[in-house]
Write a protein that binds this ligand. Sequence first.
Ligand code: UD1
Ligand code: MG
Length: 478
Amino acid sequence: MTTPLAAVVLCAGKGTRMRSEKAKVLHPILGKPLCFYPLMRALELGASPVVPVVGHQAAEVEQAVRALFPAGPLRFALQKEQRGTADAVRSAEGALQGFQGRVLILYGDVPLVRRETLAALVDAHERGGGVLSLVSTRLEDPTGYGRVIREGGKVVRIVEHKDCTPAQREVRDCNAGIYLVDSSFLWTALANIRSTNAQGEFYLTDLVEMAAQKGPVPAIDADFNETAGVNDRVELSARARDLQARINIQHMRNGVSLADPATTYIEEGVTIGSDTEVGPGVSLSGATVVGRHVSIAQGCILHASSVADGTTLKPYTVLEEAKVGERCILGPFSRLRPGTDLAEEVHLGNFVETKKARIGKGSKANHLAYLGDAKIGSGVNVGAGTITCNYDGVNKHVTELGDKVFIGSDSQLVAPVKVGDGAYVGAGTTVTKDVPPGSLAVSRTPQVNLEGWVERKKARKAKSAEADPVKPDKVSVG
Ligand code: UD1
Ligand code: MG
């Protein structure tokens, strides 16, 4: 049986350099709070429980984290005062009472750590046979970082930058702040840490020397961009860019073409099928699912939506909590709002807005329409300028169009109203009563042609100019 794994994620810091009213770990990076990423990686690795240590804005951080992982095996711990990283981990002791196994320790402001690296840390720990293993990173400029000090090739301690001797400052191997520690060692060792150092803080890194006295301390090396933290908004944007590059590369490796990866925004958790092509400036966020052979042109924005195989999204189409079937053609400039559900082969054109609209197979609304609270059958043709008048000022009402209905241009459908299968609505009609299947509804006032009207008007105008030459032009009708 594998050894049980728990995780402690430090989220208590204020993040002064963010210059923000919001706690640092709640600042979004690619649509999710900073601390989402280390917490998610710990959960993916199977850690249970996962203990977020909160402190600064504890209530807000806890609420946000619970919302991110409603079913996650989380136990929150409170660090009342930020007295250092050792003190922060120690405040998780109560939450992990009775837990025996390995404790993964992560910092809540280090978002890019990969699952593979954490798995490698677990492996190294198993092979090493000691009580603590850690991740290190080699830096050209290690200023500010704790240095991993070795003697005879073996890790013996970590010395914080401010406590380093000049010789130790030359060391390039830095502490990434990611550890795996046996619980049997962790809590007793933490209780022995003192704050006699340059910063007067309880350093978690002091654990390393204690562990080195008990056995080997394996250190696995990881890339800097994986272990880099966020201290200010410049670093936040740098991490976002690196994370985006990593996500985009993964999609390309999986068979998705990105015309311009540098401008393509894809959040973690989005899935895209192979042979799908994504244009420049596209944004895919939330739990969006895109099928295979989909074409997403420049500037499309998809949030929490699904698009089935073979569909074409022309430029600047916007989807929010919408479901799109196979082989549809949408846009340019279509806007699908929450509750839109399109069957296959639906065509929606420019400036067509839908909301809570179920539209059947092969139906079309190619230009300028509002279809809200609508149930539309298959093979329906909705003309330009059609509006479902779904709101009476108090309540919303439903418009129902049967199969093979034809709605002429510039019609208003005043809901609640139904148009039966195969019925026609003449252009410019205001439909206020149900239309029976197979019939034609027209509500236009009959057209009147006044023959010779233009000539008569001209003559009148000439006459009045003669009578009063300085009078400005006046238009009179009739
Ligand atoms: C820490 C390490 C250092 C390492 C560096 C890597 C220590 C003593 N030093 O330094 O060796 O090279 O990270 O980035 O651990 N936190 C709390 N409560 C506290 C203090 C900190 O929750 O009382 C949290 C912070 O919010 C942050 C994390 O712990 O997420 C790290 O703290 P920070 O002060 O940034 O440590 P560093 O000085 O960067
Ligand atoms: Mg730091």
